[in-house]
Structure formats: C-alpha cells, structure tokens
Design a protein around this ligand. Structure first.
Ligand SMILES: Cc1cc2nc3c(=O)[nH]c(=O)nc-3n(C[C@H](O)[C@H](O)[C@H](O)COP(=O)(O)OP(=O)(O)OC[C@H]3O[C@@H](n4cnc5c(N)ncnc54)[C@H](O)[C@@H]3O)c2cc1C
Length: 476
C-alpha cells in the first residue's frame, strides 16, 4: 500500500526551489506536499529580524509563494509557536514528517531540537538536510582539539576536501495534492515591513528579492564583473562585487550554486585569479559560520577576552552622528547613508565605517553591529559578528588593533573621483576630487549646506585609540 500522508516542507532561510535538498527529498517520496513558512514572533528569538531584514523577507516570501503556487503546491503562511503550528498542521493533514534544511546558527539548532522533540511526541518525524554551507562546521572540526580560528589554514583545509555536491535542479511538481489544506494567513496581514520616516523607496529601487532575481544577479556578475573582481572588489565607486549577500543569507541561492557556477567558468585564462579570489570570499562566509558554530557568544563577547576591559565610551551624540552619516568624514558618511538608503554597504565601507566607530569614536563594536543588524538587508549573525570583531581587533584572526584606517586616505584610494561620496552626500557634490574627501581644506563651508566639520581629529583620535589599546592586559 502506498503512503499518501503529506510531508510538511518547512521553509526558513532557504527561500528557493532549486538546490533545495529538503524540497527535493520530499518530492521524491511521491507524497503530497505542504510547504509552510512559520512566523513565530514570540519565540524569544535572541536575534529578531531587523527592519531591513523584514523588508527583504516580505518580498522574498512573496516571490517564493508565487513560484510554489505556479509549481502546484502553494506556500502556507502560519503564525505562532513553531512547535505548535507544525504539530497542529500535522494533526490536521495527517502528515507524519516535517522536512527542512538546517540553519546553522547555534540558537536555531537548539530551537530545532526542541521542535523535533515536540513533534516526536505526536509521532511526527523531522528530517534535516544540509544546504546552507559548503563545508559542515561540525565535521570540519572533527579530529581536532580546537576548531579552526585562523582563516588561511582553515581555507586550505577546506580546499583539500571533496568538492561540494552539485546543486539539485527544481524538482518535478508534486503529483498528488494535499486534500483540503488548512487556510493560511497573508503576507499583507503580517505587516512585516515596518514604517519608517524615510520609507523604503531607496531599498526597493536597489533590490529585487527572490530566487529568479538572485539568479539574474549571479548571471550578471559572471558576465560583467567576475573576471575583474580581484582588482575591482575594493573600489567602492564601481559595481565590482557580486551583491549576492542578501540572496545568500536568505537562501534564494545556495552557496553551492554560486560555487559551482563560478567554478564552471574557470578556463585557465587571466580571469581565473579573480574567480579564485571570489571563491575565497565565499570561504570567509564559511569561516564566519564555523566560528559562530563553535563560539556561539561571538555576536556579543570579544573572542579575545582582553578586550572585555577595553575602555569604550558611551556617547549618544557621537553614536547618532555616526548612524546618520554626519561625522564630517565624507567616506564614513557616504557609507552610513548608503546603508540607510539601500540597505547594503560595500565591504570596504563596512570596514572603514566600523573602524571609525570603534577606533575614532571609541564606541562599543556591539552597538555598531546592532545598527548594521537593523539596517542591512543581508544582516547575517555570523558574518556581521565576525566582521565587527575582525575590525575591532578582538576577533579570532583579526586585523591588528593598531591598524587604524584613515578615512581620507581610504577615500582617495577607493573612491578617487568622489563618485560614491557625491551620490550619497549630495551636500558635497560641488567639490572637486581634490577636496571631496577633505572638505575642510577648501577653507569655506561646502556650498550653502550644513555639512559638519570632522567630529574628531584623525591624528588625535588615533592616539587616543592606541592609548586605549595599550591599557589592555598583556596578550597571552
Ligand atoms: C563590519 C562588517 C560587517 C559585516 N556584516 C555582514 C553581514 O551582516 N552579512 C554579510 O553577508 N556579510 C557581512 N560582512 C561581510 C561583507 O562585507 C559582505 O558579505 C559583502 O560586502 C557583501 O557584498 P557582496 O555580496 O557584493 O560580496 P562579494 O565580494 O561579491 O562576495 C561574495 C560573497 O562572499 C561572502 N563574503 C564576502 N566577503 C565576506 C566577509 N568578509 N565575511 C564573510 N563573508 C563574506 C558573502 O556571502 C558575499 O555575498 C560584514 C563585513 C564587515 C567588515
């Protein structure tokens, strides 16, 4: 007798249909499918979504819902405790299995374990599939006394392992439909996108969430930028990077798909150095995931515990100036406004803006990370925490603290004509390239505006930061 009990496919951070191991495995059984997304606002999530994340989720779920409906198994939207919603769904539909792809964040894995236990009490099995990393963090540390904490050897080790599995195609549509599926809620009803005074137009003009758009972005990157990546990736005034981070975070594309798409273009020619440089950046994503898996406190506590006594200041005025892009340093301000307007920030700018907060202003890196968390469409617990700790000098494999970015020199080097500054700091648009990164040197206030003078002097701020660093207990 064939088993015609449905399988619940629980979508989380895998908002795609291709290379979705849980979805493909569920289809293979030939049983009816019930795709579901559960919004659990009261689950005590230690990292509730930020505003920009909610914007992305709304639109990405909308795109996934359309694709699944066209495919033949509409997405059910449910709200409530995950364990309760899934149990009730199983009871209502007779489902005896829930399939999902693993989310590798430690708090999520604890929660998944609890959900699986609750389901098991009701005779419902839960199957986890792996689809969000290239190299499983638990396996990577197997046989070692300590997890990897230095990127170079970690990545060299990854490259000796068998290549990541080939991505799976979109599975064929499920044949049997779920008989009388329960009614779900609607996205509009959820009101995921928060109101904010400046609205979401800039974000909407920059991004199209969803799997199809993510594939287009990948294709465009392969076509236009991948072969120049090595030299262009630090230029903040040009589209030299892939801008795939939100799609990778939300799982609209799997990292395996990106890995194999890029690897397939390796041709032994001069563009390969760039392609390898790009694959190495995917390695940083793996490394951050590895770190968070093994050091779950990473988002809150400095990996280098000496930094717990770092003499950070509390200064709401300085924090607000940084957040609003009014520090008086054009590159920092352009970075912070790029974040606010587009929901994204170039990697070089993340480093410069984060360094400015921690070293020029002596404000806690955790506060900066929280602001990024709220504002980034790609806000990712592992990458954000590792990125901030790297810049703050307290991470596992961090930039030495004494390397303090000079925002003027960074501007001259990576935005030499001031294109990015002119775009995001229009008050300065009339300045020449010679002055745009140091408007105070014109000797007059920039054209009729209230662009502020530098809130700290670079040299003095640098000395203050170095003194703060010297006050730490000696290294081990
Ligand atoms: C302070 C700080 C905070 C950051 N916060 C986040 C975050 O919340 N979410 C996030 O995805 N990335 C974060 N990063 C890493 C990096 O800045 C972004 O991944 C990158 O800018 C995304 O742009 P892209 O997709 O065009 O990158 P590309 O250069 O095209 O790289 C391709 C992919 O590789 C991964 N990647 C690239 N650089 C890094 C890196 N340094 N660390 C980890 N993964 C990397 C990303 O998934 C990225 O999409 C942060 C970096 C810093 C310094």
């Amino acid at each position: 007798m064939t088993d015609d009990t449905p399988i619940i496919v629980w979508f989380r951070r895998d908002l795609r249909m291709s290379d979705n191991p849980a979805l493909s495995a569920a289809v293979e059984g030939g049983r009816p499918l019930l795709p579901v997304y559960v919004l659990d606002p009261g689950n005590g999530d230690p990292w509730p979504l930020g505003a920009a994340g909610r914007w992305w989720l709304h639109h990405s779920l909308s795109a996934l819902g359309r694709s699944l409906a066209a495919w033949g198994a509409p997405l059910l939207l449910c709200r409530g405790s995950e364990a309760l919603v899934l149990t009730e769904l199983a009871v209502a539909t007779g489902a005896r299995a829930v399939f999902c792809n693993q989310v590798v964040e430690p708090w999520r894995q604890v929660r998944d374990h609890e959900v699986a236990e609750r389901l098991a009490h009701c005779g419902v099995g839960m199957a986890f599939f792996s689809g969000s990393v290239l190299f499983d963090p638990a396996t990577m540390a197997a046989g070692r006394t300590r997890p990897w904490t230095v990127f170079g050897p970690f990545w060299r080790r990854c490259l000796t392992l068998p290549a990541p599995n080939r991505p799976l195609p979109v599975p064929p549509p499920p044949v049997p439909a779920v008989r009388s599926p329960p009614a779900g809620e609607t996205l509009d009803h959820w009101r995921l996108v928060p109101d904010r005074p400046d609205g979401w137009d800039g974000v909407a003009a920059t991004w199209t969430p969803g799997e199809a758009a993510a594939r287009d972005r990948l294709a465009a990157f392969l076509e236009d930028a991948a072969t120049g990546y090595q030299h262009e990736r630090d230029r903040v005034d040009r589209p030299g990077t892939s801008q795939l981070s939100p799609s990778l975070h939300w799982g609209e594309l799997s990292v395996r798909q990106v890995w194999h798409a890029v690897s397939a273009t390796l041709d032994g020619g001069p563009g390969d150095a760039s392609r390898y440089a790009f694959l190495r950046q995917l390695g940083w994503r793996e490394f951050s995931t590895h770190l968070l898996h093994h050091f779950p406190e990473l988002p809150l506590r400095p990996f280098d515990r000496r930094f717990e006594s770092f003499p950070s200041r509390r200064d709401d005025h300085a924090m607000a100036a940084w957040q609003q892009g009014r520090t008086g340093y054009p590159l920092v301000d352009a970075a912070m406004r790029q974040l606010r307007v587009t929901g994204w920030m170039h990697n070089r700018l993340r480093m410069v803006a984060a360094s400015f907060l921690v070293k020029h202003l002596l404000l806690p890196w955790q506060d900066g990370a929280a602001w990024f968390w709220d504002g980034l469409v790609d806000a990712d617990l592992a990458n954000n925490a590792a990125g901030w700790q790297w810049v703050a000098g307290c991470g596992t494999d961090a930039a030495p603290f004494f390397r303090i970015f000079n925002p003027v020199l960074q501007g001259r080097r990576f935005d030499p004509d001031g294109t990015l500054v002119r775009r995001f700091v229009p008050e300065l648009a009339g300045l020449s390239a010679a002055h745009i990164h140091e408007p105070w040197r014109t000797g007059r206030a920039p054209t009729g505006t209230a662009y502020p003078p530098p809130m700290v002097d670079h040299r003095q701020a640098r000395e203050r930061a170095l003194a703060a660093f010297r006050s730490l207990p000696a290294g081990t």
